[in-house]
Design a binder for this molecule. Structure first.
Ligand SMILES: [Zn+2]
Length: 315
């Protein structure tokens, strides 16, 4: 094993998929980066790019995500790097443009970078410094030009080989938030739409009412997938699992989606008490903590008020 110390840790989730976690970043985001190896396409699909290896630990030597993927021995991968020597091509997907999902992206310049086409203006070059939160944090915006892809887009390599992964538009956290579904592995990647045991956050640019629509879509999608999996002869090998941009991975998707939706419905119905109030980026924010500790929320107060004027979803 390497004696070098890395800002990242990789663990195996499935036969082809790894979670790469930045465990000690200076922003305390602890972002999840997912790497799916597609041997048939000689490609590695990387979901999100993390915080650029900016660790609080001064002894960390490997701070480049690309260097980690190409050189760092991973115990769960028989002691080999995930993409030894960088021989496999990359496809990068950003679940949305927030800084803690893009800071390493320049290391992959020249590879396709996919993002949601739901709101091209949100990702326009003039809007990115603000919408990535880079400008409010005093960070230099990484330079990248995403290819904007539609809802239902099936990701193929440049040679046309399918990766088995498809893009779903799930706006709410931000207008460009997307989810990915890996049909072979039955894995749903939801970025910052939700997670457990860490505060779900909406920025000023988010929308709780649009989030509910995306949640309804995903719940329906996962219910159908779970039924399909059960219906395949010999296919009772489990339900769809969910992987989020922070904290949550390999959890039953339907249970987590329904739980998060129910919690936010209680917030909007006024059944959860505001625990704290303070100003973030010029907007009064409110915090709610579910008693069980599974879900908590921080969002601009105006988003709750706006959602209250819309129809409160049925649970
Ligand atoms: Zn985010």
């Amino acid at each position: 094993m390497s004696s070098l110390k890395s800002a990242f840790r990789a663990t195996r989730l499935t036969a082809t998929t790894f979670l790469i976690k930045e465990y000690d970043d200076v922003y305390a985001e602890r972002p999840h980066i997912y790497a799916k190896i597609v041997p048939s396409a000689d490609t590695i699909l990387v979901v999100d790019m993390g915080c650029g290896g900016r660790s609080v630990d001064p002894d960390v030597e490997v701070t480049s995500l690309r260097e980690f993927i190409e050189t760092f021995p991973v115990q769960d991968n028989d002691g080999k790097a995930l993409n030894p020597g960088g021989t496999m091509s990359y496809i990068i997907v950003t679940t949305h443009c927030h800084y803690d999902h893009i800071l390493a992206i320049e290391q992959f310049a020249g590879s396709p970078i996919l993002a949601s086409s739901h709101s091209p203006e949100f990702l326009s070059p003039s809007a990115l410094p603000h919408n990535t939160l880079c400008s409010s944090l005093g960070l230099e915006l990484p330079q990248y030009t995403p290819t904007l892809v539609p809802h239902g887009f099936e990701i193929h390599t440049s040679e046309g080989t399918p990766t088995g992964v498809k893009v779903l538009h799930t706006p709410g956290h931000t207008p460009d938030e997307l989810a990915l579904y890996d049909e072979t592995e039955k894995m749903l990647y939801v970025g910052d739409t939700l997670y457990e045991k860490e505060r779900i956050i909406f920025p000023n640019e988010g929308s709780i009412s649009i989030w509910f629509s995306s949640m309804d879509f995903m719940i329906d999608f996962v219910e159908k997938e779970n039924r399909r999996i059960m219906g395949v002869p010999g296919g009772q090998s489990g339900e769809v699992l969910i992987n989020a941009g922070h904290a949550t991975s390999l959890r039953p998707a339907l249970e987590v989606l329904n739980g998060a939706k129910a919690f936010l419905a209680e917030v909007v119905e006024g059944k959860e008490l505001v625990k704290r109030k303070y100003v973030v980026r010029g907007e009064m924010n409110v915090e709610y903590d579910q008693e069980s500790g599974q879900f908590s929320l921080r969002c601009p107060e105006k988003l709750v008020v706006e959602a209250q004027t819309q129809k409160v979803p049925s649970k």
